[in-house]
Design a protein around this ligand. Structure first.
Ligand code: ZN
Length: 164
């Protein structure tokens, strides 16, 4: 169990395409455990391997309130999407910021689990948004490329709210 350093916007590792996982080694099991610990520690709903500097197609997601529903997706791929949702999005690699992004409201993805067995996952709303966001990381894309309008500074936005 270990917390890894989260790479931040501007670090070129975040702009690289990740490689498929071909076998689950003890190192990959450790990586996945650490990714979950790092995500929960940072109060995130998702984390992709490149965010901790590893260019492999692995993401972890947990959109539950109490961190009780971890999803581990290896070599994930979106196979179906529909609808549209527009809302605020943030990223652990872009701390203190958020922005408005439009995503599908429903996605279906296929992936492998930690035993390299095929799984299928469907999500709507926040889970659909998280799947899209995390899978983008595996191809070197960040949500800031998709923001409608300006990136918002959360601290400044909160200060304005408190003044009002
Ligand atoms: Zn992110």
């Amino acid at each position: 169990m270990a917390i890894r350093n989260i790479r931040e916007y501007g670090d070129e590792v975040l702009n690289k395409k990740c490689k498929e996982v071909t076998e689950i080694t003890p190192r990959i099991r450790d990586l996945i455990e650490d990714m979950l610990d790092t995500m929960y520690e940072a109060n995130g709903v998702g984390l992709a391997a490149p965010q901790v500097g590893i260019l492999k197609r692995i993401v972890v997601i947990d959109v539950s309130e109490d961190g009780s529903e971890p999803l581990i997706l290896i070599n994930p791929r979106i196979v179906e999407s529909s609808g549209e949702q527009t809302g605020s999005e943030g990223c652990l690699s872009v701390p203190g910021k958020s922005g408005i992004v439009t995503r599908p409201n429903y996605v279906k993805a296929v992936a492998l689990n930690i035993d390299m067995e095929p799984i299928e996952i469907e999500g709507t709303e926040l889970l659909a948004r998280a799947i899209c966001h995390e899978l983008d990381h595996l191809d070197g894309h960040l949500y800031v490329e998709k923001v409608e309008g300006d990136l918002i500074d959360n601290a400044a936005a909160q200060a304005v709210e408190e003044e009002e």
